[in-house]
Design a protein around this ligand. Structure first.
Ligand SMILES: [Cu+2]
Length: 308
């Protein structure tokens, strides 16, 4: 069985190689066109030949030669494109994705089927591993694109698409939704954090920890509000009865550096603004304004900050 998880060359490398061939040949053609344009301009321009040149209807041989050259060039590129497409789309029969991403208006849900981790917006992957991604959508068509890590692929409601994803270096990689998906499409940004495999494991274990709990007053007040203000109709907290995924899973919300699909840094000020009126922060977002009092916002912010 081929080892799908450790390939030396990534999809992006192969596509880049093809792109370079296209670029070289297209540049040569471009330079030839420019050269001949000026060549004929100076050689046969009005000043050199004031009389109108005789008109020829066809230049039989020259045209045939050109047609043959063009057919060959196009043929070669069709061939190279098909070969590259086959090389990059090597999805196994029963794909076992490492990571499943679901596009929602206007955020990303990320599930790791092997470990059961569910997160959103700030997505982690291990380096040095060819990752099989499963892509789909909960509502309209979105498109997943993190140029440095893989190619672009549409996310269709009711359909699973697969592609390979690969990071060789640790770091943060940015991308964006690439299919217009509604008013906040432009703020549907992607941030993928690649960690070395050990650090990734640590992160996964941390995400698998049960939801934080304590007996402090602010925690209990916030938790109670979270459950009574209908937050749980849309947001899941692992290990509870609340499993909806209309909004991001918030079990480990405080461990995320950014939120709202990479729109905001996850700090108290931004969180407070979001809870005070989501529509002021990201207008059109599928979270209503709850018209919370200041003390209710305080309590919810305190509660969410416990969810490390
Ligand atoms: Cu989108």
């Amino acid at each position: 069985m081929p080892n799908y998880y450790f390939l030396k060359i990534t999809d992006v490398d192969l596509i880049e190689e093809l792109f370079v061939y296209f670029l070289i040949v297209a540049s040569i053609i471009f330079l030839l066109v420019v050269f001949f344009t000026f060549f004929f301009l100076f050689r046969y321009g009005v000043k050199k030949r004031p009389k109108k040149p005789s008109q020829i209807e066809s230049a039989g041989q020259a045209e045939s030669v050109l047609a043959i050259i063009v057919t060959i060039v196009i043929g070669v590129f069709v061939y190279l494109t098909i070969v590259t497409m086959e090389k990059v789309q090597t999805i196994p029969e029963n794909p076992k994705p490492f990571l499943e991403i679901t596009g929602h208006q206007w955020w990303w849900e990320a599930k790791y089927p092997n470990s059961g981790v569910v997160t959103s917006n700030q997505i982690y992957i291990p380096t040095g591993k060819k990752i099989l991604l499963k892509l789909n959508s909960a509502d309209v068509i979105h498109s997943w694109w993190v140029p440095e890590l893989g190619r672009k692929m549409d996310m269709m409601p009711g359909r699973d698409n697969y592609m390979w994803f690969y990071a060789d270096k640790e770091g943060e990689y940015l991308g964006t939704c690439s299919e217009f998906c509604g008013v906040q499409h432009a703020r549907m940004r992607i941030r993928v954090t690649a960690l070395n495999p050990e650090a990734f494991e640590v992160w996964e274990q941390q995400q698998l920890r049960p939801v934080a709990t304590t007996n402090t007053k602010d925690f209990l007040k916030g938790k109670q509000l979270f459950e009574t203000k209908t937050c749980t109709n849309c947001h899941a907290i692992n290990g509870t009865d609340f499993k909806e995924n209309i909004g991001p899973n918030l079990t480990h919300f405080a461990s995320r550096k950014r939120f709202l699909a990479d729109m905001k840094v996850n700090n108290e000020k931004n969180l407070r603004a979001w809870l005070t009126n989501p529509q002021d922060v990201k207008s059109g977002a599928k979270m209503p304004n709850f018209i919370l009092s200041e003390s209710e916002v305080d309590a919810l912010v305190a509660y969410l900050n416990y969810l490390k």
